[in-house]
Write a protein that binds this ligand. Structure first.
Ligand code: IPE
Ligand code: IPE
Ligand code: MG
Length: 240
């Protein structure tokens, strides 16, 4: 008997890590406690993704709209990025993880910009797992910045507007060089994209899960991957 074909694995998993505030509230604790636990869930997920053979993992950590939150919470989220990199960068670098950060860097505190550049350059030669952190990221902001770059190139006479193609546009997004996500997971029961990877998710399979992000673990990632492996992707063509 022929061996069963291996279930298709997503090459690129993207996750909207949502529900930290509700997780904390359920425990009568401040929202920032939920965010700190969210970092633990991220650490578990990065490890599990590497073990399961996921090549690209992209996580949404702070949106361009999250500035609407109280300054205290925003500061706590920035502190957690600092803490995560300080605690885990050595290990990530050693384990073959390549770290990238996407999003608008203008307006971030200078130390954060430096931390990001250091994490990216120290891991640039790795390729076991590509971990991309979306921080101060918004899909509309990213698309607008790409359009602005192309407009500048056209005004400077380096490109003609008629030559702008989806491929050229894509090369001006923060995710240039990354494959599009195959599987996009959102935790906490919300079924919306909240401005995450709008261009890149055109053909992603969407998994909306009830688990709150601080409870996310290897089993939850396996469940999302199992969901993915049952999908039939068509890309606009006909079915099998
Ligand atoms: C996700 O958890 C983390 C960020 C958006 C930074 P939330 O803080 O959105 O938690 P809920 O959705 O209020 O529960
Ligand atoms: C999306 O979650 C942003 C991140 C997970 C970083 P939000 O909690 O900000 O999204 P909304 O406000 O519920 O749409
Ligand atoms: Mg939320």
């Amino acid at each position: 008997m022929a061996a069963p074909l291996p279930a298709p694995m997503p090459q690129h998993v993207a996750i909207i890590m949502d529900g930290n505030g509700r997780w904390a509230k359920q425990r009568g604790r401040p929202r920032t406690f939920g965010h700190a636990e969210g970092v633990e869930a991220l650490r578990r997920t990065v490890e599990a993704a590497g073990d399961l053979g996921v090549r690209f993992l992209t996580v949404f950590g702070f949106s361009t709209e999250n500035w609407r939150r109280p300054a205290e919470e925003v500061n706590a989220l920035f502190d957690l990025l600092r803490l995560y990199v300080a605690r885990d960068l050595d290990k990530l670098a050693k384990e073959g993880v390549r770290v990238r950060v996407i999003g608008e860097r203008h307006g971030l505190q200078p130390d954060i910009a430096g931390i990001i550049e250091d994490a990216e350059s120290r891991t640039a030669h790795n390729d076991k797992l590509n971990l991309t952190i979306a921080f101060n990221y918004g899909g509309q902001d990213e698309i607008t910045r790409a359009a602005r770059m192309l407009a500048q190139e056209a005004v400077a006479g380096r490109i003609a507007p008629k030559d702008i193609s989806p491929e050229m546009f894509e090369a001006h997004l923060d995710t240039a060089g990354l494959p599009p996500p195959d599987l996009l997971v959102r935790t906490s029961g919300e079924s919306r994209l909240s401005n995450f990877m709008l261009w890149q998710s055109a053909y992603a399979e969407l998994a909306f899960m009830d688990v709150l992000w601080p409870d996310f673990d290897r089993a939850a990632l396996e469940e999302a991957i199992a969901f993915y492996s049952r999908r039939e992707r068509r890309y606009g063509g006909h079915g099998a």
